[in-house]
Design a protein around this ligand. Structure first.
Ligand code: ZN
Length: 353
């Protein structure tokens, strides 16, 4: 029997900053004190063993813009681009939220900035937050504000969401589909990837198309992460990772993190929650079989998508460890997937800045 309490977890992706931003005044204190809203707040994270994670800045479409028409998933196109000015404003506001959370948390929530910060949290009793952009739109095309963002604590950039921007192109949220849709990185995109490497920042390839993915691996020349993507061999969504992509991530020394987003888990692309824990385990096992267990992680996407009823929030994360234990996973391997792989990649990447 697995001692589930033994596993602290570093989670590759959540959108809690977006949820708190949308909540408006009072959102930060509800996050710190536990308001029962959404999937992730500080008390539920700590209760579930979550001691670290990438906290994404996500820029929704401006309020004045109409929602794109509802479309069949098989025909999904990219979402409309967002302007740099709007993205810069939202990023400023969401980064300020993380700074306020840190201030009012009494030391229970801290930004992760340097090698050792994630490990200290995983071995301790606070939550280490890596400030991350899900979509590089807040960065100026000439990269003139990149160093300022690094100084402010930004340590990770996902080049795109399901959009096109000045740097790269994402894949639409299409199912079934190959990730090989659209062009590779722009020259600004290649330069951004090289500068992230120089500064000691992660580059996240989740949502990126296939050509862009290959170019990131080449330009970054270091451990590449896909923070929240599932296995294309099990669920052929455009934003899931093919076996070839998993091997490329392995060869860079990086991590592929399985998300808990039902339409990216279910073989039929549905939102069915039946057998979700077994399905999460199957994706993790596929990643481990193709890339090796040293290159596998979990990126919940809490507050970014509907959660399976078996893992409704961060407090339920130990159920994943329990399910893996019941399937015969060794504790050592669960520990790698839950935390040690992330510690390795963060220590290696952040020390290079
Ligand atoms: Zn995402």
């Amino acid at each position: 029997m697995t001692d589930q309490a033994a596993f602290s977890i570093f989670d590759g992706h959540n959108d809690a900053l977006l949820r708190v931003w949308r909540a408006g005044p009072g959102g930060e204190s509800a996050f710190v004190e536990g308001g029962g809203e959404g999937h992730l707040d500080l008390p539920r994270a700590l209760a579930g063993g979550m001691r670290g994670g990438l906290f994404g800045v996500f820029v929704p479409r401006p309020p004045a813009e109409p929602a794109p028409p509802d479309m069949d998933r098989a025909a999904k196109e990219l979402s409309p681009p967002v302007s740099h000015d709007w993205a810069a404003q939202v990023a400023e506001e969401q980064a300020a939220i993380l700074e306020r959370l840190e201030r009012i948390s009494g030391g229970r929530l801290r930004k992760a900035l340097a090698p050792g910060d994630a490990r200290a949290a995983l071995d301790g009793d606070h939550l280490a937050c890596v400030l991350h952009f899900e979509g590089a739109e807040p960065i100026a095309e000439d990269l003139s504000n990149l160093e300022a963002w690094h100084e402010r604590g930004l340590r990770s950039i996902g080049l795109v969401w399901a959009r096109r921007n000045a740097f790269a192109e994402g894949v639409p949220l299409r199912f079934p589909a190959s990730p090989d849709i659209g062009p590779g990185l722009t020259s600004a995109g290649k330069e951004l990837v090289r500068q992230c490497r120089r500064l000691g920042m992660l580059v996240d390839v989740s949502h990126l198309n296939y050509r862009g993915f290959l170019e990131v691996a080449k330009e970054y020349a270091g451990p590449v992460v896909a923070t929240h993507s599932c296995a294309h061999a099990i669920c052929p969504a455009a934003r899931n990772l093919t076996d070839e992509q998993l091997r490329v991530i392995r060869d860079t020394g990086g991590i592929a993190g399985v998300s808990l987003n039902l339409p990216d888990l279910n073989p039929d692309g549905s939102e069915s929650t039946v057998g979700a824990l077994g399905l999460i385990a199957r994706h993790l096992e596929h990643f481990a079989a193709v890339a090796g267990v040293g290159h596998v992680g979990i990126g919940s996407d809490f507050d970014g998508c509907p959660m399976p009823e078996q893992v409704p929030d961060a407090a339920a994360l130990p159920r994943i460890a329990e399910a893996l234990g019941e399937r015969g996973w060794k504790e050592h391997d669960i520990r790698r997937v839950f935390r040690d792989n992330w510690v390795r990649v963060l220590d290696q990447t952040l020390s290079e800045g």
